[in-house]
Design a protein around this ligand. Structure first.
Ligand code: SAM
Length: 330
């Protein structure tokens, strides 16, 4: 049985003959797919921390080859899709073919509507494996969607400025879980603090601003999240260490506190295996006596996972949707 993702299977079934080293692959969901011999000669533009055998450019780096076509794994966030296609138009020649592929449940069906300004000649090419494949060309007259979105959020009369690139979590609105966490922070926080899975950096920037005896680090798998955090820090005249990292793999320091509103999805599915891996990694990056503060949807099975890796797990706050846990060792 093939281990390729359904989207990659659909691409190979219909485009295998056309894929060559002047094909640029954008934002692949499954890193292991790119090891397939048909993809190996392609260059990849990634927006995440990925380990690939291909020549790869990770945002904000931009591909610099001569490409006649691009295969875009359609992003779940529509704002990101628009922004991504406008970035791509700056790299491809106007006659280039752009293929869009994605799972039906990831929203690919909306691509004709969502990308009506960015693309011309959008046609459905194929369907199968619960996925769709479209082809199109860049629209030379497209309007350029805005980059950063700026906001100010106020929690318990304390404010923080936020910069958010399209598709980064909390785009345009503070998440209710994050708000629960920020309104129940400990009275005193000092020392090294990690905002794990930081998104636009709202948690860490709020802490850095209102708890001046802290030294903040931020990590996220998403290059647009790290870029947003960099801008968020600038907007608040703050500094911090930034790590583009899948989980905590690239983090070597130890922290007195880790705060997180963690991811619980892999692609489109809830994945407890990955949640457990993150919690274990967080435990390993805490100083002795350090504490993990984690907010999550109350229906998720976090208490058990936290208890597997910490001696003590307390519920600090809750509402009808979220619970804030504090986990630490004796
Ligand atoms: C629920 S959002 C929280 C964002 C931010 N802390 C907030 O409260 O607005 C989860 C974040 O996890 C990041 N993420 C997803 N998978 C990840 C992984 N494997 N490693 C690190 N971060 C990941 C996502 O990019 C996203 O920014």
């Amino acid at each position: 049985m093939s281990t390729l993702s359904p989207a990659s299977q659909l691409i190979l079934k219909h485009l295998s003959e056309k894929i060559d080293k002047q094909t640029l692959i954008i934002d692949p969901l499954e890193a292991q797919d790119l090891a397939h011999p048909d993809f190996l000669s392609c260059e990849v533009w990634s927006f995440r921390d990925l380990q690939l055998p291909n020549t790869m450019f990770i945002w904000p780096e931009k591909p610099n080859g001569q490409y006649h076509q691009a295969i875009v794994f359609f992003p779940k966030a529509k704002e990101k899709a628009k922004w991504l296609l406008s970035q791509l138009a700056e790299i491809l020649p106007p006659e280039a073919n752009i293929y869009l592929v994605g799972e039906n449940k990831g929203g690919i069906k909306t691509c004709q509507k969502v990308l009506a300004d960015q693309l011309i000649n959008i046609h459905k090419q194929a369907s199968g494996k619960h996925c769709l494949l479209y082809s199109a060309q860049p629209n030379p007259n497209a309007t350029k969607p805005a980059g950063f979105n700026f906001h100010q959020y106020t929690i318990e009369q304390k404010s923080v400025n936020i910069a958010n690139l399209p598709g980064v979590f909390s785009f345009g609105e503070l998440d209710k879980g994050t708000e629960l966490l920020l309104s129940h922070l400990p009275a005193e926080i000092n020392g090294r603090v990690l905002d794990f899975a930081c998104g636009c950096g709202v948690i860490g920037a709020f802490i850095a601003k209102h708890y001046p005896n802290t030294l903040l680090s931020f990590s996220d798998i998403d290059a647009l999240a790290i870029d947003s955090t960099r801008e968020t820090l600038k907007q608040n005249q703050l500094t911090g260490e930034l790590h583009l990292s899948n989980g905590l793999k690239k983090i070597s320091s130890k922290y007195k506190y880790i705060f997180t509103n963690p991811p619980f999805h892999t692609g489109l599915k809830i994945d407890y295996y990955i949640s457990e891996a993150f919690i274990k990694e967080c435990g390993q990056q805490l100083e002795s006596g350090g504490k993990l503060y984690l907010v999550a949807n109350r229906f998720l099975k976090y208490p058990q996972i936290l208890q597997n890796h910490f001696d003590l797990v307390e519920v600090i706050a809750e509402d009808n949707k979220f619970k804030l846990y504090c986990a630490y060792n004796r």
